[in-house]
Ligand binder design. Structure first.
Ligand code: ZN
Length: 563
């Protein structure tokens, strides 16, 4: 069945309360372990169905935020989420307190029960209104950002479409494009500052109502971080500061020299070569054709999977007016189908989608037969390992997408390393924000600029006074809609580097290890999953250095081509 044929069913709250409520009652009344197991399976099947309907609406809304009918359906979902949480909260409570818990753990695994106990700590009826307000504000942010209409050289573009100009090889174009997008944020500064201030206040109130000191611990638990804490992450950020920041500073200088830029400004930092960054050889249709060839050659598993995606219209890749920005992968259990959303803009990023998001989707597909829904996908930092590693496994096929694949290899690896200091900045900022929930928008901006100077001293905003005030973070959507999530990309990057280094040595061995990881799905929390997959834990002091050192050698090797 093709995506366009999937029905759009708007779930009605009353129906859910009746139907799901009845299944939960069935579990509550179970007289034997066998009955209890059967009831749990029924609840899981129901939540797969409901989850599929919700996901289809979320996808269709992101594809066209101007469609009134789907937008209303999406708004309606925002209002009913808290009631659905209330129902699942009731079920979770019954589950962890079940007289048959020991037997249930044997069937479903004890990790499920740990997840439920965590979910219980994160919810109480008293925060329902706050949850609804939070969802509303997040939608408001997304709407404001995706509705951006930026005037540039006679055309009107959204933020994703502007990416092409901010990465243009002509410096004047980049500068002008940067000014144009910055103008949008400056114009909406008050509104954005207000939305974020409200979000922080709401999250802080929720945390306090649930008995936490502030939102930090709650934010971690909401992300299912069961085997590491904010203190571990702080230690990890310190490792990045010591081992990566000085190296990245040298790297930026080296790249600027290669690109023929003296005294680089913010709009120069994504330029890797004097004659421009590698750009894909063709449009969406061409790139998908090349990706099909690549995945056919890569392995039998990737071949089967990618044909499934293309034939069932599970990729929506072109940027369009009204379409939400960014990219994501999601999964619809009823159809055992992943879905990939992206905004192609003619840059190298388009190929990254065909490797990164496809990596996510590949894992979803590999885990499609895991029966416990909660075990199909791991926590988010683990999910990014699948995608970021696939970017490296795709290296040998980059000539299908770029005239100069060597250029791609070099700028991809440099880009991945350069990303780490930015990623930890976003995290350090958020930790400070939630530890100091009562500060003003201006104070938040000043703190951002201070953190930026610590991790990204290369960033200069000469001529862009608005950004000099410390406002770059306003364009980082995760800060608004997915608190504490961003560090996950950096953790996963450190893991993907391990796959890359192993791949350079022995591709077949590395690939087997990767497929094994994908098939493990979400059976374990992050640190435990790394143990099962035989990967280095980035929280252990010294491990970041161990991962970075072999890459320095690889970069030197790649650079020699361009000396
Ligand atoms: Zn991703």
């Amino acid at each position: 069945m093709k995506f366009s044929q999937y029905p759009t069913n708007v779930p009605k709250l009353e129906t859910i309360q009746t139907e799901l409520g009845a299944l939960i009652d069935l579990f509550a009344q179970a007289k034997t372990a066998k009955e209890a197991v059967e009831a749990v399976k029924k609840v899981q099947a129901y939540s797969d169905e409901l989850g599929t309907d919700v996901t289809i609406i979320n996808i269709r809304f992101s594809l066209d935020t101007n469609d009134k009918k789907i937008s209303d359906a999406n708004d309606y979902l925002d209002t009913i989420y808290p009631y659905i949480s209330q129902l699942s909260n009731r079920f979770n409570k019954l589950l962890v307190e079940s007289p048959f818990r020991a037997e249930l753990e044997k069937v479903f695994g004890d990790y499920l029960f740990k997840m439920m106990e965590t979910a219980l700590k994160c919810f109480d009826d008293s925060i329902m209104e706050l949850l609804a307000s939070e969802a509303k504000l997040q939608t408001e942010y997304n709407r404001l950002i995706s509705g951006a209409k930026i005037k540039f050289r006679g055309g009107i573009y959204n933020l994703s479409q502007m990416g092409k100009f901010t990465q243009d090889k002509d410096r004047a174009t980049r500068k002008e494009a940067y000014k144009a997008t910055t103008k949008f944020f400056a114009k909406n500064d008050e509104k954005l500052g207000q939305i974020y201030g409200d979000l922080v206040a709401i999250r802080d109130q929720m945390a306090k109502k649930l008995g936490f000191k502030n939102f930090v611990e709650l934010g971690y638990l909401k992300l299912g971080r069961l085997d590491y804490t904010a203190a571990d992450v702080k230690g990890y950020r310190d490792q990045i500061y010591r081992e990566v920041v000085p190296f990245v500073n040298r790297l930026y200088k080296q790249i600027a020299k290669r690109a023929g830029i003296s005294n680089p400004k913010i709009y120069d930092l994504n330029q890797s070569f004097a004659d421009g960054n590698p750009t894909p050889k063709g449009d969406r249709e061409y790139l998908v054709k090349q990706a099909t060839k690549m995945y056919d050659e890569m392995s039998p598993e990737t071949s089967e999977f990618f044909h499934f995606m293309v034939e069932n219209e599970l990729l929506d890749l072109d940027a369009r007016a009204g379409k939400r920005g960014g990219g994501y992968m999601t999964y619809m259990p009823r159809y055992k189908a992943p879905f990939i959303f992206a905004n192609f803009n003619g840059t190298q990023g388009d190929v990254d989608v065909l490797t990164h998001e496809v990596g996510h989707a590949f894992q979803g597909f590999q885990s499609r037969n895991i029966s416990v829904p909660e075990y199909r996908m791991p926590t988010l930092e683990s999910c990014e390992i699948h995608s970021m590693s696939m970017e490296f496994f795709a290296w040998p096929w980059m000539h299908l997408f770029f005239d100069q694949d060597k250029k791609y290899h070099l700028s991809h690896l440099e880009g991945a390393i350069k990303f780490l200091p930015y990623g930890v900045s976003v995290d350090e900022f958020q930790e400070w924000v939630y530890e100091n929930p009562n500060v003003t928008h201006e104070e938040r901006c000043a703190k951002w600029r201070e953190i930026e100077k610590k991790y990204l001293p290369i960033r200069k905003y000469t001529g862009l006074n608005y950004l000099e005030k410390g406002t770059y973070w306003l364009r980082q959507g995760h800060i608004f809609t997915s608190p504490f999530y961003y560090i996950d990309y950096t953790l996963a990057q450190v893991l993907a580097f391990q796959f890359a280094t192993e791949m350079f040595k022995n591709r077949e061995k590395a690939w087997k290890k990767y497929v094994k990881l994908c098939k493990l799905g979400g059976r374990y929390p992050f640190v435990e999953l790394l143990d099962h997959a035989n990967l280095r834990n980035p929280f252990i002091e010294g491990n970041v250095k161990k991962v970075i050192v072999p890459l320095k050698k690889k970069l030197k090797e790649l650079n020699e081509e361009f000396a």
